[in-house]
Design a protein around this ligand. Structure first.
Ligand code: BEZ
Ligand code: FE
Length: 290
């Protein structure tokens, strides 16, 4: 019988976890054990540090619920989310790139007709976004659903509030020619939640804990790769220092200030407003391309 020593414990633990019934689970767990042990050896982890780390993980769990996703936030600020996004969304040239989902998406947003104002009753500068949803091969995708969510002009998401109705989120659909139009308000760049264990850790560093102004989109079209992405406002603060590493050049687009007058949806707006245009380009799935 082999008892554990400092020298053999990694091999013993790797062997044990390699017995996972699912081969992929065996591969993932064996590698995780190896890297965790290497990490502990590399930094010569003390017992106090080990316990502090476990207590931090406990707090991540304790503060989480169906709206507060502290574990996703932890993964985001460590750059892990974006690494996984990059490895798993290698689209061809011309396709709209993916970025982080973030912790604030809510399922089941209401369907919204062309031009619908998803910010009704919420203060802010009116914002109109128009464009098309197309395939990388060029053809428009009629009936494509844009699942949209964003922060308000204070940088707050519905998921951070106690509200019963959908707030600043909706599912728009493209018309026959692939065009879409949504009305909302200009969101604000915002600080990630700093009142939990992730914030505690960040506040002990020089890391900027802000995200630049953006709107989130999710596409799940049959025949196309799932796309989780954002649009960022050109020239916005924090584009260079996004705390979750989510900015990509192709997702930065001008938000253009307009004088009161006719808006892209044909209505008249009697206050200054902002417009942007963006064509989302979806990557056909491999089986669809065959
Ligand atoms: C967001 O964009 O909603 C977000 C993403 C990652 C961490 C926090 C917020
Ligand atoms: Fe966001």
């Amino acid at each position: 019988m082999t008892h554990a020593t400092e020298d053999n414990i990694t091999d013993l633990a790797v062997d044990r976890w390699s017995t996972a019934h699912d081969p992929r689970l065996a591969e993932v767990m064996a590698s995780l054990v190896r890297h965790l042990h290497d990490f502990a050896r590399e930094v010569r982890l003390t017992e106090e540090e080990w316990l502090a780390g476990l207590q931090w993980l406990t707090r991540v769990g304790q503060i989480s619920d169906d709206k507060r996703e502290e574990a996703i936030l932890a993964s985001d600020v460590l750059g892990l989310s974006m690494l996984v996004v990059q490895m798993n969304n290698r689209f061809g040239p011309g396709a709209t790139p993916a970025t982080v989902l973030g912790p604030f998406h809510i399922d089941g947003s209401p369907a919204a007709p062309y031009g619908w104002d998803m910010s009704e009753g919420i203060e802010g500068t009116p914002f109109f976004l128009t464009g098309t949803v197309r395939s990388v091969t060029g053809e428009p995708i009629p009936g494509a659903v844009l699942d949209v969510w964003q922060a308000d002009a204070d940088g707050t998401y519905e998921a951070q509030l106690d509200v019963d109705e959908a707030r600043l989120r909706a599912k728009y659909q493209t018309r026959e020619d692939g065009s879409y139009c949504l009305r909302t308000i200009v969101p604000l760049g915002y600080a990630i939640p700093m009142d939990g264990p992730v914030g505690d850790l960040i506040s002990r560093t020089d890391i900027s804990y802000y995200r630049p102004c953006h709107i989130h989109f999710l596409f799940e079209e049959e025949g196309y790769e799932r796309l989780v992405t954002h649009l960022f406002a050109e020239g916005a603060e924090y584009l260079e220092t996004d705390v979750v590493f989510g900015v990509k050049e192709a997702l930065v687009t001008p938000f253009v200030a307009q004088e009161p007058g006719e808006a892209p949806d044909g209505t008249t707006v009697d206050v200054p407003f902002v417009t942007a245009t963006y064509d989302f380009v979806l990557q056909p799935t491999e089986s669809a391309a065959d």
